[in-house]
Design a protein around this ligand. Structure first.
Ligand code: ADP
Length: 241
């Protein structure tokens, strides 16, 4: 049954989405590296109507000391949504959703960072959502990956992330808020594109196994597009080939 206030269709007769995109087309992305002076590394992303800042501190000596690990760094992540990031003021402070996203984002990076190079240290990743329109965990991970690179933290590869989903029964790339709300499925994916390793995969809704294969392929394609943009943003800041 259609939800109250739902648009009649999310895909129009000509096969385009409400914002004019093709089914396999990501939203426009703008990336900027190194925009905060006091963080060791930082980045900003606009993806569609999402606006997100990422900052990294570390590696630095970890306090309290009992949290230190003798053979590796402790990676921590905090994803936060500002009260003004969504249409109705969000109550400040952590909730179940932000705690979950902080955990999965940390896990997406733990596999990429050479944490063992920094025993007893701490690496702190902050993702601050200023404006949200779906896909913020993915856009936050894409930006945080650049902030980690900006902080000079060695990684196996950059991490790129994008969501795929199902709307009006069709598999599509990079859902907007309205598509996420009124669609059937949302599947955020993060990966290290050059290594072809997935570091986050979640699913809200259902796919048939064929749809899942198609969606995963589309997510990988989306991550590879973002990966090129991440590399360009790093080149803009640091130059190089
Ligand atoms: P993601 O942002 O990673 O897609 P969700 O699927 O949980 O995460 O959220 C989808 C979108 O729903 C968010 O990007 C945001 O636009 C909106 N949203 C999330 N939490 C809230 C909230 N507390 N109030 C209003 N909108 C919210």
């Amino acid at each position: 049954m259609a939800k109250v206030g739902a648009p009649e269709k999310l895909i129009t007769k000509d096969g385009l989405r409400l914002d004019g995109r093709r089914l396999d087309e990501p939203r426009p992305v703008k990336l900027e590296v190194g925009i905060l002076k006091r963080a060791d590394g930082s980045a900003y992303i606009e993806q569609g109507r999402n606006k997100i800042l990422a900052a990294v501190y570390g590696p630095r000596e970890l306090h309290p000391r009992h949290l230190q690990k003798p053979d590796t760094a402790l990676v921590r992540c905090r994803y936060n949504m500002s009260p003004f990031s969504v249409p109705e003021r969000r109550r400040p402070g952590p909730d179940r959703r932000t705690i979950e996203i902080s955990k999965v984002a940390r896990e997406a990076f733990e596999q990429a960072i050479f944490a063992e190079h920094y025993p007893r240290a701490g690496i702190d990743i902050f993702i601050e959502v200023l404006e949200a329109d779906a896909g913020t965990r993915c856009a936050g991970i894409t930006a945080a990956s650049l902030a980690l690179a900006d902080a000079g933290i060695p990684m196996k590869d950059l991490v790129s992330a994008i969501a795929v989903g199902k709307i009006d029964g069709q598999v599509v790339l990079d859902l907007t808020g309205i598509e996420d709300n009124y669609g059937q499925t949302d599947m955020p994916v993060a990966m290290m594109p050059r290594r072809n390793e997935i570091t986050l995969l979640q699913m809200d809704g259902h796919f048939t196994s064929e749809e899942f294969e198609q969606a995963l392929e589309l997510a990988i394609k989306g991550c590879k597009i973002l990966y090129e943009k991440q590399r360009e943003a790093l080149k803009t800041k640091y130059g190089g080939p």
